[in-house]
Design a protein around this ligand. Structure first.
Ligand SMILES: [Zn+2]
Length: 326
């Protein structure tokens, strides 16, 4: 039920039969048992993230277990310690302190990965991409109902690449590494966005910022999740908004569940687990506040999510100045 029917149909071509069966059998649950599609991944590729530098968004019925950014408590602690270290580095007057920015325009390079020249083969029109940039600018300006952030986005290039061996884009695969190593351009401030059909029912995934430039840096987004695409309930462009939130150092609102510092943002109420669809009034933790189901960093339908908080805006700008500013 949860998996988008059009994707199920098309995915039969690109994914092993056993994987498809697994997706179907668990479609109503949203969480997958031990066996995973990564049994089909090339040898040497880790099923779980080797580090905490990637994150994903999963549709209802998709394999949440494969979301590489369900971080462990230790991974969060390590990332927070790294952020503090990066901030100290930037503030070090002996090595030349970097003046913090208050507003940021992010150049965006969009790589459209195609299997062939058909729409089903990944050939989405430029209009979807320009609409995606517009959705990002609205979301990050706060004009959809949330807090304004420091960020705006400027499309600098659309790079169309036909390469069947990179299609669909398989999270964590050697093909993903090869694709990014070949295509990534710009410095740490350049957002590289890879669009295509994706493995494992994922809507997208992203890397968190690092102190050094990494060729894997960027966001991967389901092509048909762009505004006007065919991904029912997930076709208003908010997968892009969500993944870029990770790229700017945000965790999921349900990170850490009800305990501890959760998502390391103080104005997003704690949430025990991902929310799907649009469960108005959901309240899974005893701490104050209902679940932040309308937040871009949850898993709800695009029609349900429309905001970042002031705390998230602040966290993103802090991380930008620590990691991505020149
Ligand atoms: Zn995510």
């Amino acid at each position: 039920m949860g998996l988008r029917p059009n994707l199920l149909t098309r995915r039969t071509a690109g994914v092993a039969t056993s994987t498809l069966a697994l997706l179907l059998s668990t479609a109503a649950v949203g969480v997958v048992p031990a066996a995973s599609a990564f049994s089909a991944a090339p040898a040497g590729v880790c099923a779980e993230p080797a580090d905490a530098n990637a994150d994903a968004r999963v549709a209802k019925g998709g394999q949440a277990k494969l979301d590489p950014n369900h971080l462990t408590a230790k991974q969060v602690r390590d990332r927070e310690a790294d952020l503090a270290a990066a901030q100290r580095e930037r503030a070090n007057f002996r090595t030349g302190a970097v003046a913090p920015l208050a507003t940021v325009t992010i150049p965006v390079v969009v790589h459209v990965i195609q299997e062939n020249s058909t729409r089903a083969g990944g050939n989405i029109p430029d209009s979807l991409i320009t609409q995606q940039i517009s959705v990002l600018n609205q979301a990050y300006a706060g004009s959809t109902g949330g807090a304004p952030t420091a960020f705006s986005f400027q499309l600098s290039k659309i790079n169309r690449v036909t390469n069947a061996s990179w299609y669909p884009i398989v999270q964590g695969s050697s093909a993903e590494r090869s694709m990014k190593t070949s295509l990534r351009t710009g410095g740490k401030n350049t957002l590289n966005m890879y669009l295509g059909e994706l493995s494992d029912g994922l809507l997208g995934w992203a890397t968190f910022p690092k102190r050094t430039l990494d060729k894997m840096d960027g966001v991967v987004v389901l092509n048909e999740s762009l505004p006007g695409g065919t991904a029912t309930n997930y076709n208003q462009g908010d997968t892009g908004t969500h993944e870029i939130g990770h790229w700017l150092n945000l965790y999921h609102t349900f990170q850490g569940g009800c305990s501890g510092s959760g998502d390391s943002v103080s104005d997003t109420p704690a949430e025990a687990s991902p929310a799907y669809q649009c469960p108005t009034g959901r309240d899974t933790c005893s701490a104050t506040g209902k679940d932040p189901i309308t937040n871009f960093m949850d898993y709800t339908y695009d029609s349900c999510m429309y905001q970042f908080t002031a705390g998230q805006a602040s966290r993103m700008l802090t991380a930008w100045n620590a990691y991505r500013a020149a």
